[in-house]
Write a protein that binds this ligand. Structure first.
Ligand SMILES: [Zn+2]
Length: 536
C-alpha cells in the first residue's frame, strides 16, 4: 500500500519547502515539492489532498500515567463544574449510566462553587443510590467518599476522617486504595485503551509510561506495554520507578517488567502544590522545607548499579534541594564507576523544576536528559500563580528554566504528566514560547524538536522523531492557519513568513491564536486516528 499526500506543508529537515510525501507500507518513501509530486501520483495506490494542512512527525509525550489518564477520562471531570449542585447532578447521571458500578468524580475545587464547601457522604449516597463514589479534590490530597466506600475501606474513624465524609491523610489513603483495588483487569485495559486513543487523537505517536510501586502495579505496567505492542495506537516506552543497589538487581528488574529503565517517578521529593517538593529556603506560605525521600547515597547506589547494567536511571525531582541531592548522587556515582559509564547509560530526570546553573552544568557534563512539563509553567507559573504563592515571586519566576537548560546543551523532552495536565503537545510548545519568565522562552522550533526528537532521545534512541526517507511513517496532519518562522534573535517579537528563510514554518503560537487541529495520526504506516470527513 502506498499513499501520496500532496498540496500541504511537510515539516522535514531534508526539505524546508516540501509540500508532499509518499508513504509506502510502514515507511516514508519520498518527500518533496509539488512538481515532483505529480510524477508520483500515478504510481501510488492512493492520493490524499492535504488542502494546505501541515504534516509533522508525531509527538512524544515523555511523562504519562496511562491507566490513571483513562480512569480520569472515563470518570466525571468536575474541574469546570460551576456549583456543588451541578457536580452532584453530574455524579448522579454517571451513576445511573454505570448501573451500580463505582464512580470516579475528580478535580473539584470548592472555591469555585457558590456553596463554598465540599460534598458530603450523604449527598454522594443520594446521587449514587448508595453506590461506591470516590471524589478526589483537584490536588488529589483529599477526597469525599460515599458511605459504601467509607465502609469498604475502613476509612471511618481513622486519622484524617471527617464525619462529613471528607478524608485526608491515612483515611484518604485507605479510601483510595480500596477504590483502586476494585478496578478489574478489564477496567484497566479499557482505561489504557481510552488513554492511548486520546494520545493518538492529540497527534502523539509515543508515550513514556511511568509506573512505580507507590503509584501503580506490575500488572498495570504490563497492560500498558501490551497495548503499545498491539501496533494499533501509540507506541509505549515503559519506565519503572524502583530503587536498586546493585547491577544484577537492575538487570533483573528491567527484565521482569519489560521496562526501558529504572526511572520516572522514583521520587526524590514531592510537589510544590502540596508543599512536599524539597526546597533550600522554607516555603513562603508555611514554615517547611518540604520532604526529601532519597539520600545522596541512595541516588549514588541506584545510578551506579543502573550505569553498570547499562540501564537508564532517573528520578522525579522538583525542588532545588532535591536537585542538589540528585546531582550530588550522580557525581558520586561518576566517581564510583567512571563518568563515561554514567554518560553511556543516558540517565534522565523528571520535572527538574528548580535547577541552578551549577546543577545544569553538572547534568550536561554527565549526559543527563531533562523530561519537563511546560504546561506546569502555563498553569502555575508567573508572579501571581500557585508557585509564587508557595515560594514567592522570585523563586517562582526562576522555575522551569527551559532556556537555561537548552542553552547549556541539555537534551530536553517535553511531556504532560497526564492526568495532571492533558495530552496537548501544541499547548506545551506554546507554553515554552510564552514562558512566564521572558528570559526562559525558547523558540517554537526548539520546543517542537524537544517534543519530537527530544522524546526519542530521552528514551535512548537518537534517530527517530523526524520526517525523512526510510524513517517510520509516524506523522500527524494538522489543519493550521498561516505558518510562520520565528526570527531567532527577537524571540517572539518577530515572525517571518518569508520562504527564503530556509526553515520550515510552524503554526502561529502567539497567545490567542487558534491551535492546530489534528486531522489524522498515522503510526508506522497505520492510521490510528482520523477526523471524520477531514481528509478524502
Ligand atoms: Zn508522574
Amino acid at each position: 500500500m502506498s499513499t501520496l499526500y500532496r498540496g500541504g506543508f511537510v515539516y522535514s529537515p531534508v526539505d524546508p519547502f516540501a509540500t508532499a510525501m509518499v508513504v509506502t507500507g510502514h515507511e516514508i518513501a519520498w518527500i518533496g515539492g509539488e512538481e515532483a509530486a505529480a510524477g508520483h501520483a500515478d504510481a501510488v495506490d492512493e492520493v490524499v489532498d492535504l488542502d494546505g494542512a501541515l504534516v509533522t512527525p508525531t509527538f512524544v509525550d515523555a511523562h504519562v500515567h496511562t491507566s490513571m489518564t483513562g480512569l480520569s477520562l472515563e470518570g466525571v471531570d468536575l474541574s469546570d463544574s460551576l456549583s456543588l449542585a451541578e457536580a452532584l447532578s453530574r455524579i448522579e447521571t454517571a451513576a445511573r449510566a454505570r448501573q451500580g458500578r463505582p464512580v470516579y468524580a475528580h478535580s473539584w475545587d470548592e472555591r469555585a462553587w457558590p456553596e463554598g464547601r465540599a460534598a458530603t457522604s450523604a449527598e454522594l449516597d443520594r446521587a449514587s443510590y448508595g453506590g461506591v463514589v470516590y471524589m478526589p479534590r483537584i490536588d488529589a490530597h483529599s477526597a469525599v467518599v460515599s458511605s459504601a466506600l467509607a465502609a469498604a475501606s475502613g476509612a471511618r474513624g481513622r486519622d484524617g476522617w471527617h464525619e462529613s465524609g471528607l478524608v485526608l491523610r491515612e483515611a484518604h489513603h485507605l479510601a483510595r486504595e480500596a477504590f483502586h483495588a476494585g478496578i478489574t483487569p478489564a477496567d484497566r485495559s479499557r482505561h489504557v485503551d481510552l488513554a492511548l486513543k486520546a494520545a493518538a487523537q492529540a497527534g502523539i505517536g509515543l508515550v513514556h509510561e511511568h509506573g512505580a510501586p507507590h503509584l501503580s502495579s506490575a500488572e498495570d505496567l504490563a497492560t500498558v506495554i501490551a497495548a503499545g505492542d498491539r501496533g494499533d495506537g501509540p507506541q509505549v516506552m515503559a519506565y519503572w520507578g524502583e530503587l536498586v543497589e546493585d547491577e544484577q538487581a537492575a538487570r533483573d528488574l528491567v527484565a521482569r517488567h519489560g521496562a526501558r529503565g529504572l526511572a520516572g517517578d522514583l521520587c526524590a521529593d514531592g510537589s510544590v502544590g502540596s508543599r512536599t517538593a524539597r526546597v533550600r529556603r522554607p516555603y513562603a506560605d508555611e514554615d517547611t522545607h518540604g520532604c526529601a525521600y532519597l539520600s545522596v547515597e541512595q541516588v549514588r547506589d541506584h545510578v551506579s548499579a543502573c550505569s553498570l547494567a547499562g540501564v537508564q536511571a532517573g528520578f522525579h525531582v522538583i525542588g532545588d534541594a532535591a536537585v542538589e541531592t540528585v546531582v550530588a548522587g550522580l557525581r558520586a556515582a561518576a566517581e564510583q564507576v567512571g563518568a563515561d559509564v554514567v554518560r553511556r547509560a543516558r540517565h534522565r530526570l523528571e520535572h527538574l523544576e528548580m535547577p541552578d546553573a551549577d546543577a545544569i552544568a553538572a547534568l550536561v557534563d554527565l549526559g543527563v536528559h531533562a523530561s519537563v512539563q511546560p504546561a506546569f509553567d502555563a498553569a502555575w507559573g508567573g508572579e501571581a500563580g500557585m508557585y509564587a504563592a508557595r515560594l514567592g515571586a522570585e523563586r517562582a519566576l526562576a522555575m522551569n528554566p527551559v532556556a537555561s537548560m537548552a542553552a547549556a546543551g541539555m537534551s530536553l523532552a517535553l511531556g504532560s504528566d497526564t492526568p495532571v495536565t492533558p495530552f496537548a503537545p501544541w499547548q506545551a510548545i506554546r507554553a515554552c514560547v510564552n514562558h512566564h519568565n521572558p528570559e526562559q522562552r525558547i523558540s517554537a522550533r526548539s520546543a517542537f524538536l524537544a517534543h519530537t526528537r527530544g522524546g526519542w532521545r530521552a528514551g535512548g534512541i537518537d534517530d527517530r522523531g523526524y520526517l525523512d526517507l526510510g524513517q517510520p511513517a509516524s506523522f500527524a496532519i494538522w489543519s493550521v492557519g498561516d505558518l510562520v518562522v520565528q526570527a531567532p534573535d527577537d524571540r517572539i517579537q518577530t515572525w517571518s513568513t518569508d520562504p527564503r528563510s530556509g526553515t520550515p514554518g510552524l503554526p502561529d503560537l502567539s497567545p490567542g491564536a487558534d491551535l492546530p487541529v489534528n486531522l489524522r495520526t498515522v503510526i508506522r504506516g497505520r492510521t490510528v486516528f482520523d477526523r471524520e470527513g477531514a481528509l478524502t
